[in-house]
Design a protein. Structure first.
Length: 262
């Protein structure tokens, strides 16, 4: 079930497109597994044995061992022979420093996601624009659901896309609408909706073909180097009656995460 492909009240008539990571022919399993390993080290923040990595990522032990050996040979990992543990090598230090400068140190985006999830119990997502799509880069899901990091949905016609578009000026929105081939007759309604979103501070809409409703708001650019959207999704009954309350929860969490500098 897609929890973030929502339709705003008057979205373009074109069908909202959804792209899942496994659907892309260009996806290199070896490359993504290597990045999954590095992400696991970031979460655990300690040296890990091969068996731990294999178990957590759900990969076959032989596949994991081959991948770790490749990353070791390239200098991206270091190996403690006595403890039989792997850890990222200093080669990645500059990359890590740049990531922290772009998204905040000490896992602050993850802290924001967890704070909103703890306050609402709903699925919480972080997404960024990728051309004419919004791509989910992190999430915490409600019980019984599963997240799809890497999943992409059309920037036009989705709640998270509308939240991002509302952060742009109308000229840039028109340029993107032309590239996305949004019908000319839909464009005035899109611009009007975005004006209302700017006033409200959030976008919301029903997930096509389901009982889910999404709420989304852009994060302040002063805290990040890339446009980023915070999203929340739950059943329509849960979300629609609490739009104001949920927006306040999200807004206060963002304020605590990125306080205004005086």
């Amino acid at each position: 079930m897609t929890l973030i492909a929502s339709r705003s009240p008057r979205s373009p008539s074109a069908h909202v497109r959804v792209k899942r990571p496994g659907d892309r022919r260009s996806l290199s399993r070896s490359a993504t597994r290597a990045l999954d390993v590095l992400e696991l080290f970031g979460r655990e923040r300690r040296p890990l044995r091969a068996v731990e990595i294999s178990h957590t990522l759900g990969t076959h032990p032989s596949t994991t061992n081959q991948l770790l050996k490749t990353m070791l040979d390239s200098g991206h990992l270091a190996f403690d022979a006595r403890a039989k543990t792997y850890l990222p090598s200093p080669r990645l230090a500059e990359f890590s420093a740049w990531i922290m400068a772009s998204y905040g140190a000490d896992g602050r985006l993850r802290d924001l996601i967890d704070a909103v999830h703890a306050a609402t119990g709903m699925t919480v997502t972080i997404s960024t624009p990728n051309d004419l799509f919004m791509q989910l880069i992190d999430c915490t899901v409600a019980s019984g659901e599963r997240g799809e990091r890497g999943l992409s949905v059309s920037v036009f016609g989705s709640a998270i896309g509308s939240a991002y578009l509302a952060s742009l000026d109308d000229d840039e929105v028109l340029r993107l609408a032309d590239r996305a081939r949004v019908p000319a007759g839909d464009v005035p309604g899109v611009l009007q909706d975005l004006a209302q979103i700017r006033l409200a501070g959030f976008a919301d809409g029903a997930t096509a073909g389901s009982d889910y409703w999404s709420l989304a708001m852009p994060l302040p650019l002063r805290a990040l180097q890339v446009p980023t959207v915070l999203g929340l999704a739950g059943s329509a009954a849960q979300v629609r009656e609490r739009l104001g309350e949920l927006h306040v929860i999200m807004r206060e969490a963002v304020a605590n995460w990125a306080p205004v500098e005086e």
